[in-house]
Design a protein around this ligand. Structure first.
Ligand SMILES: Nc1ncnc2c1ncn2[C@@H]1O[C@H](COP(=O)(O)OP(=O)(O)OP(=O)(O)O)[C@@H](O)[C@H]1O
Length: 257
């Protein structure tokens, strides 16, 4: 279970441009829950993910994973139990390294290892088994540099890498936004499959309302640092894209846009 308790977050504190983004923000995500997060630009979605990952600190409040307080834990330690896939497929993979080397790196996440030239044959076979079901032919390109793959192929590798080791949470930060519609579909299907197979607790930020409706068992809408819509169970299942658009429109009118 992930818990955010009484989170306060200021940007540019003490300066004329001080901004309070989160003012007593609270959120609990149950183990195995897949939460889609939508919201207008600047509503706080990425800041929320960054706070959970430890990329940015909070001014007040607590972050707990499985009851353990990780609020002050260093981000590199936190990343051992959190997998993150970014919007930019070049993040989360190393372009100058081969698929094989990238996967070996992810496989050794959190372990004291050295970057030797060789990867055990048994591990190589295992990586091939992981790549095969993607249907992208990557199992035959294991010695190809990741930088020469297409954005979609690279994002598929990034997704595998983020979920190879046991993790407490998968963070998807607009991970299909930079992909063409067909490739985005492939990556979303792969995401759904991996999340279901591994029962991963997942937070997915997306501007694609259809994906937010179709995937996940809970939907949050962020606005000015608050979750103004939080639907799960049957209510989430019955949500349609038009319902969310309706809330977006209401907000726009309120904000005078
Ligand atoms: N490092 C920072 N310094 C100052 N302000 C920041 C910083 N990061 C984010 N903000 C501000 O915090 C607010 C929320 O930003 P955030 O990136 O979390 O929104 P978002 O919902 O992810 O937006 P988008 O959909 O555009 O990615 C914005 O007003 C933004 O300008």
């Amino acid at each position: 279970m992930i818990e955010l308790k009484h989170i306060h977050k200021y940007y540019n504190a003490g300066s004329v441009s001080e901004m309070c983004l989160f003012d007593d923000f609270n959120l609990t995500i149950q183990d195995g829950e897949f939460v889609s997060i939508v919201g207008s630009n600047g509503s706080g979605k990425t800041s929320l993910l960054n706070i959970i990952c430890g990329s940015i600190g909070v001014d007040r409040g607590q972050i707990l994973i499985g009851g353990e307080d990780i609020t002050r834990q260093k981000d590199y330690l936190r990343h051992r139990s959190i997998g993150r896939v970014y919007q930019d497929p070049s993040k989360g993979t190393c372009g100058h390294m081969t698929i094989l080397e990238n996967m070996a790196l992810a496989d050794n996440k959190g372990k004291p290892y050295n970057l030797g030239m060789s990867v055990k044959k048994s591990r190589e076979d295992y990586y091939r088994e992981l790549l095969l079901p993607l249907g992208l032919g990557l199992e035959d390109k294991m010695r190809t540099q990741v930088g020469s793959l297409s954005g979609g192929q690279r994002q598929a590798v990034a997704l595998l890498m983020a979920t190879m080791t046991p993790i407490d949470m998968l963070i998807l930060d607009e991970h299909t936004a930079a992909l063409d519609p067909k490739t985005a579909e492939i990556i979303m299907e792969l995401t759904g499959k991996i999340v279901a197979e591994k029962h991963l607790t997942t937070m997915m930020v997306t501007h694609n309302l259809r994906y937010a409706v179709e995937y996940g068992d809970r939907l949050l809408m962020m606005h000015q640092g608050q979750a103004i819509l939080d639907k799960s169970g049957k209510e989430k299942k019955n949500l349609a894209v038009d319902d969310i658009m309706g809330v977006f429109n209401e907000i726009s009118v309120e904000c005078g846009n």
